[in-house]
Write a protein that binds this ligand. Structure first.
Ligand SMILES: CC(C)(COP(=O)(O)OP(=O)(O)OC[C@H]1O[C@@H](n2cnc3c(N)ncnc32)[C@H](O)[C@@H]1OP(=O)(O)O)[C@@H](O)C(=O)NCCC(=O)NCCS
Length: 190
């Protein structure tokens, strides 16, 4: 568990299903469309799924106890689909992903949470490099990466497709990669 000024970052519990439903029933970006859920039963399944690995941080508001989103951190490489806490991957590189309930965007919560998780990964988990993908139209996520001190490493043209057009053909999206190294993190703000 990690605490910040306004947040508690902790593993999910089954009791988080209602809050999970709130932000997963209408994903706001294409890359999370396949995570869309439409019932409380599905929300409960998602909560249990999140409890089974140590890759998910629920973002809880200290004041109210409400879970307003999540940060998913997966280690790079093979085996991560099975169990993020097991071996078979490069253990010094992680890729974080963030999603907040839309009612809580723009209040600095994503930065507060990601900043604490980055600190944890670099200083407790021995991370050497963190990288994130974000679509070229996702300004909020790009700004968050930049505020965290991540460098834009490249733009992959027509890199991935999450949705099809009206004729059933994939719409390919342009994706930025951002990254930060431990030594860059250590120098931040100094
Ligand atoms: C990406 C996301 C987590 C950012 O959350 P947030 O609550 O807006 O982030 P914060 O309030 O902590 O803001 C972080 C910085 O980004 C800036 N920012 C956020 N949204 C912005 C926007 N739409 N336009 C310009 N800047 C923006 C903030 O101003 C802040 O910088 P500042 O402090 O220098 O002003 C949130 O928009 C989200 O959940 N989006 C849907 C899921 C998603 O896109 N995930 C990423 C997939 S790649």
């Amino acid at each position: 568990m990690i605490t910040t000024e306004r947040l508690i970052l902790r593993p999910f519990t089954e009791n988080d299903a209602v809050d999970l439903f709130e932000y997963l029933h209408e994903p706001t970006v294409h890359c999370f469309f396949d995570m869309k859920i439409s019932s409380m039963d599905e929300a409960k399944e998602e909560a249990v799924k999140r409890m089974e690995t140590d890759c998910y941080f629920a973002i809880e508001l200290k004041d109210t106890g409400k879970v307003i989103g999540e940060i998913f951190v997966h280690p790079d490489g093979e085996g991560m689909e099975e169990d993020c806490s097991e071996g078979g991957y490069s253990d010094d590189t992680y890729s974080p992903c963030w999603m907040l309930n839309k009612d809580y965007h723009g209040k600095g919560y994503a930065y507060e949470a990601a900043n604490a998780v980055f600190d944890y990964l670099f200083n407790e988990k021995g991370a050497r490099r963190l990288y994130a993908y974000t679509e070229d139209y996702n300004i909020a996520s790009q700004k968050l990466c930049e505020k965290l001190g991540m460098r834009q490493e490249g733009l992959f043209m027509e890199f991935i497709s999450f949705v099809n057009d009206e004729n059933g053909y994939p719409i390919y999206e342009n994706t930025y990669q951002y990254a930060i190294l431990k030594k860059e993190w250590d120098k931040r703000g100094k």
